[in-house]
Design a protein around this ligand. Structure first.
Ligand SMILES: [Zn+2]
Length: 265
């Protein structure tokens, strides 16, 4: 006995429903791993930057402590010069030592100025470091969250995908080979991988173009498998799809947010 057109359409619609679910699950996984790897790249870049700034700061700090040591040395020299000056009778010798003392004083001033300059540099670097570190911390928290989400979805999806694949096998067996080929060919050609579209408010649920009344009533009569004149999708009427004129047509691309809402039952 020949399978009726109505039965064929029902089987095709069923297959499409399963594929829709599989596509959704795969799409969800598709973008998350990319987001995770983008974040990992960001973090690696920021960590390099943080390390670089920290190194610059420690170089400035090393310069500062070397200048501080130099100042101490000059101060000790000045004390020594003062002692010498107190015990000198000869004016030429006095002038020579006094000159040394003056030079040491100038060296101290110059070292102090350097220390102020370096401290200012450090302040600037520290500001950049704080901002970079904050942005690094944010991304790390983001990554942790996304990784947890990813592994959770992967786990959930694994079970769901295995289950759906089995359902798909069963559903596909009911569809004859010629129709199955057509189904897969149309699916491949469609951006949203939808080969069987419901009629919604007299329009093709795939491309939204209006279906001529005659064609519409032919489809309703289940006389033969009919495709959309515009996009080539196989059309099914309300009795097959169960989608009434008041139902919203599903968006092409499922988002993760939606996905999470549907799985968070
Ligand atoms: Zn269409």
């Amino acid at each position: 006995m020949d399978v009726t057109v109505e039965k064929k359409l029902q089987d095709l619609w069923k297959l499409q429903q399963i594929d829709n679910k599989l596509d959704t699950l795969r799409a969800v996984l598709g973008e998350l791993p990319m987001e995770v790897s983008d974040l990992e790249d960001d973090i690696a870049g920021l960590e390099t930057r943080v390390a670089h700034i920290q190194q610059e700061i420690s170089l400035y700090n090393a310069e500062i402590s070397s200048k501080k040591n130099a100042i101490k040395d000059f101060q000790r020299a000045i004390e020594k010069y003062d002692d010498q000056l107190n015990n000198i009778k000869n004016s030429r010798e006095y002038e020579a030592i006094d000159k040394e003392k003056e030079i040491a004083g100038l060296e101290i001033l110059s070292a102090e100025k350097k220390i102020r300059d370096f401290s200012k540099q450090i302040e600037g670097k520290q500001e950049v470091l704080d901002l970079t570190q904050a942005s690094l911390d944010r991304r790390k928290a983001d990554l942790e969250f996304k990784q947890a989400e990813l592994s959770e979805i992967e786990k959930e999806n694994e079970e769901e995908i295995t289950k759906l694949k089995k359902e798909r096998e069963t559903a596909l067996k009911r569809v004859d080979e010629r129709l199955s080929r057509a189904y897969h060919r149309i699916r491949e050609n469609m951006k949203n991988s939808v080969a069987v579209a419901p009629i919604v408010r007299g329009s093709c649920g795939g491309c939204f173009s209006k279906i001529p009344p005659q064609r519409h009533s032919d489809i309703r009569a289940h006389i033969k498998i009919t495709d959309c004149e515009h996009c080539g999708r196989i059309l099914v009427d309300q009795t097959i799809s169960g989608i009434s004129a008041f139902d919203e047509i599903k968006e092409d691309k499922p988002t993760r947010r939606k996905m999470r809402l549907t799985t968070a039952k």
